[in-house]
Design a protein around this ligand. Structure first.
Ligand code: ADP
Ligand code: UDP
Length: 254
């Protein structure tokens, strides 16, 4: 299996990644693509090196989380743009955690970007392209049969625990974790697992190293707002995370 994802394997094509079946029904091959999309896929551009960087970044973050007692679908990174993951039955949910007001939170509630939130906000969006991923609450999800109360009673605390761990990890590399999106699913044995990715595509990351009070975005907002290439920012995040991981005894690919 190593070194190849077997092009014959059935592929699930996403916007930023492609998933392939492997000869093990429990394991998928994820290929990280160079494509960045924004605005419901209306804005799209390829950035050379993005797939490699996101593969490295998500691998390091999942390894740092594992060290903090949080398991993910990651089995291992296998080459520059590929990793093997445990196949899970995904909940069709974008689980968003917010520590500082930004993005949709500001437009929906009429608050200034950058407002610190008194406590973290957990939001769910239903993954449905035709409906543009609508905002939903617990009752919506249970009423529609997307998940049960019992599922939500596991998903919410895990999401908050991941937020606490990520705040601590990013603070250590002088980055403020403004908000992020995660996805979860159940493995064949029923275990709830963090899946998909955690990268600057799916987080808002503000640099806390001196920028004379100006927000320095180290995430996909650079692309959303047309502020230039995302690559130097993604490289910066990768380098700082790699240094942190090494200091914790985690093996990091060069
Ligand atoms: P999008 O859904 O935005 O196009 P991607 O391009 O990242 O997203 O595509 C990756 C797809 O793979 C998503 O639909 C995601 O839910 C799914 N996925 C991620 N991890 C797993 C996993 N371990 N098992 C099954 N599906 C997964
Ligand atoms: N996010 C994501 N995928 C999406 C929508 C949002 O990864 O399809 C992330 C986004 O990068 C941010 C957080 O979720 O870190 C909250 O995004 P928000 O709801 O504010 O939406 P946006 O303004 O990014 O569309």
């Amino acid at each position: 299996m190593e070194g190849s994802h077997g092009e014959t394997g059935k592929a699930l094509r996403g916007k930023a990644k492609q998933l392939y079946a492997t000869d093990d029904p429990e394991i998928l091959w994820v290929e990280y693509k160079n494509t960045a999309t924004a605005g419901d896929g209306e804005k799209k551009e390829d950035f050379t090196g993005k797939g490699r960087l996101n593969n490295l970044i998500t691998t390091i973050i999942f390894d740092l989380l594992k060290k903090r007692g949080i398991d993910s679908h990651l089995v291992k990174r296998v080459n520059a743009t590929g990793q093997l993951v445990r196949k899970v039955n995904m909940f069709p949910l974008e689980i968003v955690l917010r520590n500082v007001a930004a993005g949709h939170f500001c437009s929906r509630l009429g608050v200034e970007e950058g407002l610190p939130l008194k406590e973290p906000v957990l939001e769910y969006f239903l993954k449905n392209d035709d409906l543009h991923d609508p905002f939903v609450n617990d009752d919506d999800l249970v009423a529609l049969g997307v998940c049960t109360r019992e599922d939500l009673a596991e998903i919410a605390p895990l999401a908050r625990k991941i937020n606490e761990a990520l705040i601590e990890i990013f603070a250590k590399i002088d980055v403020k974790l403004v908000d992020f999106k995660i996805e979860m699913g159940r493995a064949s044995d029923g275990t709830l697992l963090l899946a998909d990715e955690i990268t600057p595509d799916s987080c808002r990351l503000w640099d806390q190293r001196d920028h004379s009070g100006k927000v320095e975005h180290l995430d996909k907002d650079l692309f959303r707002r047309g502020l230039g290439s995302i690559i130097p920012a993604y490289e910066e995040i990768e380098e700082r995370l790699a240094e942190l991981a090494k200091s914790e005894g985690i093996e990091v690919a060069e």
